[in-house]
Structures are given as structure tokens and as C-alpha cells.
Design a protein around this ligand. Sequence first.
Ligand SMILES: Nc1ncnc2c1ncn2[C@@H]1O[C@H](COP(=O)(O)OP(=O)(O)O)[C@@H](O)[C@H]1O
Ligand SMILES: [Mg+2]
Length: 291
Amino acid sequence: MLKINGLSKTYENGVKALNNVTLDIPKGMFGLLGPNGAGKSSLMRTISTLQDADSGSITFDGIDVFADPQSLRQRLGYLPQDFGVYPRVSAYDLLDHMAILKGIDNKAERKEAVDGLLAHTNLYQHKKKAVSGFSGGMRQRFGIAQALLGDPDLLVVDEPTAGLDPEERNRFHNLLVSLGEEKVIILSTHIVDDVSELCPNMAVLAAGEILLEGNPILLTNQLNERIWRKTVSQEEAIEIEQNLSVISKRLFAGQTIIHVMADQAPEGFETAPANLEDVYFSTLHSHRNAA
Ligand SMILES: Nc1ncnc2c1ncn2[C@@H]1O[C@H](COP(=O)(O)OP(=O)(O)O)[C@@H](O)[C@H]1O
Ligand SMILES: [Mg+2]
């Protein structure tokens, strides 16, 4: 549905934010996973027609996005990473205002759309409250409500879960899942669980390049029987890192758990089921080592 071909962008300060990005994104939820500075927001803004590229093309359902941005905008909903300052107006009035900007001129139709979206995002009971007083989770749900005005076929949501507490994040995930499989939904995130919980398709972006693309389950299965685990002290961890291909190191109950990728068990390691975090970290790790 959404085809991105050879997209590159270098900012005026010389930062190469996108380096020959090619992606074919089908309907459903697509996870764009990458660390800070990877180029996620740059890509999302370019898809959303807010900035240009130096080279490459984007088409959505046959629309050439650079040649005909207006047609794309009519089918697009976008939740930017920084949604900016919220005015002290009620959720209802703000969404109503945004609906007017979106071109929903008929009053009855607009009321139905605004009420419906506030209900869908679980904000109906708060509709008279100022958005400026909303919690982080409520703001992000409001952000989805405004992005859904006009029933877009393409929804771009840029790091919507950053900063949400686990309960809010869970609620937000459920909202995203409720949007169904008929839209193209691109979700950018640096949180692996966002992708593993939500996305049948994903790509890893780092330093402006697509490093990996595919189905999270298949990608994870490819690492099965190659991931080994050991619980160690911090000193031991440092020593192991000098000798083995350590892909992740995490703390659990004050102890360090190391994941290593290898064809055979290193001395003292036990087998561990592969997970998407292993996929992500091993991809970033081998990219760093190649650089
Ligand atoms: N408007 C800009 N001008 C110059 N550099 C930018 C601009 N926007 C982003 N960058 C740089 O481009 C790189 C990618 O940024 P960004 O797309 O925001 O990545 P992400 O969203 O993955 O954190 C970073 O090095 C960032 O500092
Ligand atoms: Mg970003």
C-alpha cells in the first residue's frame, strides 16, 4: 500500500538522517523500531508531507506523495512526536475545531464524528475538561482522536508511547489494536515491546538505514537455539564482553543477565528462548561492529 523507494535526506547541518530507505508497507500495523536519532521522525514527517527528501519516492495506494501531497493529506492522519502546547480549551471544543480544519463542515456530521472519536478513545467522560490538564496517556489518546478525524486510510504515529506509564501504555495499545486491519498504521518507537505486542510487520532503522525488515515472529524464530544466557556479576560481565558476542545485558533483581549469540553454548551458559529484543539488539550490535 505504502511504498518508499530509495529515500535519502541530509539536513543543512550535514546530518544524514535518511540513507536510501526502501520499505513496502502493507495494511495493518507496521512497527518502525530504532534508537534515538535513528531518523524515525524524519521519515514520519516525510511520509506526512511535512518535509521533502533529497532523493527517492513515496507512493500510497497509487498517489505520488511528492507530486500530489494534497491527495495524500486527505487520506492521512498524523500524530507527531511533539504535539506541542495544548490550549486551555475543552477536549470537545479542540477536536471540533480540528474537525473544521479537516473540512468536516456539516455541523451534525461533525458532532457525530467528534463524539464518536471521544468515545472510542475513552475520553467521552472528560470531554468538557481542558486538554492542557490531561495526563500523558489521555493526551496521547486525544492525539489519536484528532489523527482519526476524516477516517484516514494512512495513520502515522510517532513514538506515541514514550513517557507513558505501563497502565497507560497498555490502554494505548488496546486503542491501537481496535483501529483494525484495514488502515496502514505506522508506529515508530524505541520500545521493543510496542512492536512485539502490536505489529505483524516491522523494520529496524538505525543511523538512517533500514537494517532489518520482516515479521517479528519469523525474525525471532531465526535466532532460536542461538541465544545463551548467564547470570553474572558486573565484573564478570565486563570480562565476558571482551570474549563473546554479547547482545544484551540487563539487570534483574540487582543481578546482571547476559545474552550472548553463538552457534554453540559458551562455557557456563544456558539456552534461552529468543525474543524480539534479541533480534533488535543483535541487529544494532552487528551494525555497530561493521561500522
Ligand atoms: N530539522 C533538523 N535539522 C537538522 N538535523 C536534524 C533535524 N531533525 C532531525 N535532525 C537530526 O537527524 C537525525 C535523525 O533525527 P530524527 O529523525 O528526529 O530521529 P528519531 O526520531 O529516530 O530520534 C538526528 O541526528 C537529529 O539530530
Ligand atoms: Mg523521533
